[in-house]
Design a binder for this molecule. Structure first.
Ligand SMILES: [Cu+2]
Length: 100
């Protein structure tokens, strides 16, 4: 199994510090979410059949992490902040699941 680490930070202005990340399909990804802003944010990827999803919460200045089994398919997922207004304000990015 392929193991990889993806580090994403929440920054001021309702943004993540990345707009697009790539992982290998079917890999176990270690997501590290650091909140560098001054308010609570999270990082969510919605679950679906065959994929458990991601939901990392981080208070201001804190870090949250999890290991996630990615779907074994080539696709583009979206991650976003579920605090009301944040996703619409731009707090979202794509996560591409790619072939090796
Ligand atoms: Cu947020």
């Amino acid at each position: 199994m392929n193991a990889e680490t993806i580090a994403i930070a929440a920054i001021s202005g309702l943004k993540y510090n990345v707009t697009d990340v790539s992982v290998h399909k079917g890999s176990c990804v270690h997501f590290i979410f650091e909140n560098k802003d001054t308010q609570f944010h999270d990082l969510v990827i919605d679950s679906f059949s065959g994929f458990g999803g991601v939901d990392l919460d981080a208070e201001a200045g804190e870090t949250s992490e999890a290991r996630v089994q990615m779907p074994n398919a080539t696709m583009t997922l979206e991650f976003y902040c579920s605090v009301p207004g944040h996703r619409d304000g731009g707090m979202k990015a794509s996560c591409d699941s790619l072939s090796l």
